[in-house]
Design a protein around this ligand. Sequence first.
Ligand code: NAD
Length: 363
Amino acid sequence: MNRNLTQNSHIKTKQLKINVAVLGLGKMGNTHVKAAKASPFIDKIIGYEPTAELALERGREMKIETVSNLDLILNDQSIKLFYIAAVNEAHAELAVSALNAGKAVMCEKPMGITMEEAKRIVEAQKTNDSFLQIGFELRYSKLYMKVKEWIDAGLIGKPLNSYCQYYTYASHKKDTWRAKSKGTLIGEKLSHYLDLPRWWFGREVTQTYSMSAPNFIHYFNHPDNHQISYKFADGAVSSLNFVMGIAITDFQEKLAEDGHLLTYFIYGDKGAIATDLFRKTIKRWSFSEDEKQLKSKVAEEITFDITNEWVHNVHDQNMRIAELVAKNQKPDHSALDAFETMKLCFAAEISTRENRVVKLNEI
Ligand SMILES: NC(=O)c1ccc[n+]([C@@H]2O[C@H](COP(=O)([O-])OP(=O)(O)OC[C@H]3O[C@@H](n4cnc5c(N)ncnc54)[C@H](O)[C@@H]3O)[C@@H](O)[C@H]2O)c1
């Protein structure tokens, strides 16, 4: 009896295992391969790079089978899930081909580098009724999940105003696809930081106004700084101030001293939350009222180490996606939700170019 049970559960686990492909075997592709190797729901991993030489080289380095012919993996019925970690310019083409070939897809942000590309991706997902999750991995970070947990528990009341400051160094080097990208840093980088308040507040964004100063970094094809304000359907507001181009340091421990900043302040009508990545704290205040005025007290403060789990949790996101696809379940975060974040990104790009408020329903 016990033996049968063990055998049955063994068969069950075996049936749940899927084969996956990782497309684009650069830095992020390597992270995806590592997560795939760690997943109990993944059997075989096949890597893809469009040039044969690089495919072979990366295959040797990552110790996986690789191909340089896309059709081979598109037509391979045993591959259920594609992780797309190619350069941003290739996302739309790869995602649409994969969805049309019946694959489940996890695609890195941005969801295309133009609104038209994002629409093509979302249309292909709808037409094929496929699994599609975009890599907004900050939704799996312990730091930002804590904010979500506090807001959902009603601990700051109704969130009304948030402000993100993100000051970082010129990590995007000369003559790389990032410096030369046709897309902007709004899609490439800030999509994460515009996505978070959308997720926390759980409300629709209706309009945005965005400005950029002249560049600090002359070799970028696009602005290296952005001030983006946006408004939610219920009147709540949010803004993000981003600068890439300040002090350079090689050591994460020194970032806080070197003028780097990645903070959020989120104010509700019953409390507030502040996250400070480089100072490694998250803090919550609760508000009360006496006969004279409103009062505030610190209700909770947590310190953490800068680990992937607390900050950039691609690993757990990808493990989770493998499990969802293997079990034939829906994504944790829908493609349409990601599309709404991308709409905000593209609206902010238009606003910067045309120097006007852009309503999201006009694009
Ligand atoms: N935290 C995050 O969410 C995060 C962090 C870093 C990168 N990313 C995303 O991951 C992706 C890859 O970034 P990276 O840092 O690994 O860049 P990278 O330059 O290290 O790697 C990109 C790889 O894509 C390959 N490539 C180019 N054209 C391709 C095509 N048509 N099909 C398949 N592969 C192709 C390149 O040869 C290269 O190996 C980007 O979309 C980036 O936005 C996300």
